[in-house]
Design a protein around this ligand. Structure first.
Ligand code: NAD
Length: 478
């Protein structure tokens, strides 16, 4: 059993703060307790917000070049402590070490690339009488709420632009994966000015306290669509700005001209990377009828070579579901598919080992209105769906309240691009999936989100526009 002896503390005003109480963090690969995490009380959240407010005047007045250096310093701390952070992340999240490195180094990369952005100034008028310009000013205190699937990367999606724009922050990781973020807070004490980045952890009560807190000016949230609605409702009381990165039900459309053998492995990982717990995982795979049988055979053959187990063990490619709640949800979707009599190409049985393991499950052409097609599974279960003509595939792909990502796979790139352009999603990939860069806009259409992360557009979400007019002519003396 992996356990960590260090006492995990919150970071408030640059200082270590123990929780008012604590809660257990489990390793999802064996359901054993790894450590206790601090449970932040309402008073402690007030202190964190007060620390952020106190740090705001100096931080927002700090030249942007210094704030860029701070982001590079965060990247440096993540990279320098990779080994410890990787092990901690694997133990609480379940992902293998390679994927944990991706999560932490992705966070570092986001800070590095994010540090290169500029806050634009637009001259709206420059005449003998007047100069007018619109510039971007920080919002104040940003509350950042992160999910459990990529605890470091998705936190840095928020921290990098939030701090660069001159805001101070209170960051809350998921109660299922608080430890790596707490450790990062500890490592950053003394690296960032006190109060600039506060880290708090707690149970279900803490998120709502943040979204309704009068001292927080903006909430940037990544999580499920259901919670996103609650965040938006709660934030409305104080008219907080919100950025919402929410759930997805990404469709992949696989055309008949693909090289089935070559593409099967990529399509497998499009759906099953991180044990399917990626917002932009392929969650519905529409395959042309002419290649449906061979692709199905190739996918199952490849899936049988994949090793599932404890992420800390050498050679593990897929870990467990991250938490019991999500585990039950995925099992419920599988049970529903079984009860309805759908055909399983593989999976469907219950794991007999401890931990939240769900064997790789592929369901053979279930009805379009089935729960496994219509709902976000967020686990290692894939419905494989047959289509005959492209218009039908596009219509089915778009018939969703979600609109996060989508992909088209074909030997004919131009044709694939034309199909991709018809898909209602924030990101569309041709012959790949899940590629994102800090310099590209990332966000959901429809109920997959509001606002965006990444690039200038993401940075702007952490600012208010301010237009200043300067009258050049002096007032005439009376
Ligand atoms: P979740 O909505 O359950 O929780 C996300 C965060 O919100 C956690 O920190 C949680 O403690 C907090 N929270 C819970 N209730 C709250 C409330 N009422 N008010 C404020 N905060 C609250 O999501 P999750 O299960 O951690 O993550 C999985 C979901 O996130 C999936 O739907 C996935 O698609 C989505 N996701 C989206 C993106 C994206 O960029 N669009 C990225 C990753 C994950």
């Amino acid at each position: 059993m992996t356990s960590f002896n260090s006492d995990f503390t919150m970071t408030i005003g640059g200082k270590a703060v123990a929780g008012a109480s604590s809660f257990a963090v489990l390793n999802p690969a064996n359901e054993q307790e790894i450590a206790q995490a601090p449970d932040c009380s309402a008073e402690q959240l007030d202190q964190a917000v007060a620390a952020a407010r106190a740090a705001f005047p100096a931080w927002s007045a700090t030249p942007i070049e210094k704030r860029r250096e701070a982001l590079l310093a965060i990247a440096g701390v993540l990279a320098a402590n990779m080994d410890e952070l990787k092990r901690l992340l694997t133990s609480e999240q379940g992902k293998n070490h390679e994927d944990a490195i991706f999560d932490v180094m992705g966070g570092a990369m986001w800070c590095q690339a994010g540090s290169t952005l500029e806050l634009p100034v637009h001259v709206v008028e420059d005449t003998p009488e007047r100069r007018g310009e619109t510039r971007r000013v920080p919002l104040g205190v940003v509350g950042a709420i992160a999910p459990w699937n990529f605890p470091v990367l998705l936190a840095m999606f928020k921290v990098a632009p939030g701090l660069l724009a001159g805001n101070t922050m209170v960051l809350k990781p998921s109660p299922f994966t608080p430890l790596t973020t707490l450790k990062i807070g500890e490592l950053l004490r003394g690296v960032l000015p006190d109060g600039v980045l506060n880290i708090v952890t707690g149970g279900d009560a803490l998120g709502p306290l943040m979204t309704s807190h009068p001292g927080i000016d903006k909430i940037t949230f990544t999580g499920s669509t259901a919670t996103g609605r609650k965040v938006m409702a709660s934030a409305s009381a104080t008219l907080k700005r919100v950025t919402l990165e929410l759930g997805g039900n990404d469709a992949a459309i696989v055309m008949p001209d693909v090289d089935v053998e070559a593409v099967a492995e990529q399509l497998f990982w499009a759906a099953f990377k991180n044990t399917g717990q990626i917002c932009i995982a392929t969650k519905r795979m529409y395959v042309h009828k002419d290649i449906y049988e061979p692709l199905k055979t190739a996918l199952v053959a490849y899936a049988k070579t994949v090793k599932m187990g404890d992420g800390a063990e050498q050679g593990t490619q897929m870990g467990p579901i991250q938490n019991h709640q999500q585990y039950k949800r995925v099992l419920d979707l599988i049970a529903d598919a079984k009860a309805k009599g759908y055909d399983f190409l593989m999976g469907g049985e219950t794991s007999t080992v401890p931990g939240y393991f769900v064997p790789i499950t592929i369901i053979d052409n279930p009805p379009e209105d089935s729960r496994i097609v219509q709902e976000e599974q967020f686990g290692p279960v894939l419905p494989l769906l047959k289509f005959d003509n492209v218009d039908d595939a596009v219509a089915r792909a778009n018939a969703s309240d979600y609109g996060l990502g989508a992909s088209v796979w074909s030997a004919d790139v131009d044709k694939a691009l034309a199909i991709g352009s018809r898909l209602q999603a924030g990101t569309v990939w041709i012959n790949e999936t899940q590629y994102i860069t800090p310099l590209g806009v990332f966000g959901g259409h429809k109920q997959s989100g509001l606002g965006a992360e990444g690039a200038m557009e993401g940075l702007m979400e952490y600012t208010n526009a301010q237009t200043i007019y300067v009258k050049k002519a002096q007032p005439v003396a009376a």
